[in-house]
Design a protein around this ligand. Structure first.
Ligand SMILES: [Zn+2]
Ligand SMILES: [Zn+2]
Ligand SMILES: [Zn+2]
Length: 141
């Protein structure tokens, strides 16, 4: 398939983000990684873009549900690309897994967070659901 910038511009527009060349470059780098990443990974991938721009663009991407963040308790926030058309609503959130050995974080996109019973009057707007243990690669060795 031809790798044109139109594809990225379209995806940005769909999530109500004006496609600038910097935003297209960042989205391209994010999609190429295919895995959970840290801010430092993007800084390494995009050395031509200054760090504060990358940071600000990631915040915008998060707001518009192009990426979601994962707090695995390690102190450094992780990011992962959302599925197309995501609204990051509670019903659309999925389970994450942190491997204690290789320190990788996995997105289990097909595994929805189980419903949680709350007392009357409590209305959550975000959930950070991270399981910890060994990933399939580390369990084998
Ligand atoms: Zn999302
Ligand atoms: Zn592992
Ligand atoms: Zn995820």
């Amino acid at each position: 398939m031809e790798d044109t910038n139109d594809r990225y511009a379209e995806r940005l527009l769909k999530q109500h983000v004006k496609p600038t060349s910097t935003r297209i470059l960042l989205l391209k780098a994010i999609l190429q990684r295919k895995t959970v990443f840290r801010l430092a990974d993007m800084e390494a991938d995009l050395q031509t873009i200054d760090k504060s721009t990358i940071f600000r663009t990631l915040i915008l991407f998060r707001k518009r549900c192009i990426v979601h963040t994962i707090d695995d308790g390690s102190g450094s926030l992780k990011y992962s690309v959302c599925d197309e058309g995501c609204h990051c609503s509670i019903e659309q959130l999925h389970v994450h897994f942190y491997c204690k050995k290789c320190k990788k974080v996995f997105c289990f996109r097909e595994t929805r967070i189980p419903p949680v019973e709350l007392p009357d009057g409590f209305l959550p707007d975000s959930i950070n659901y991270v399981l910890k243990g060994l990933c399939s690669g580390c369990k084998r060795v």
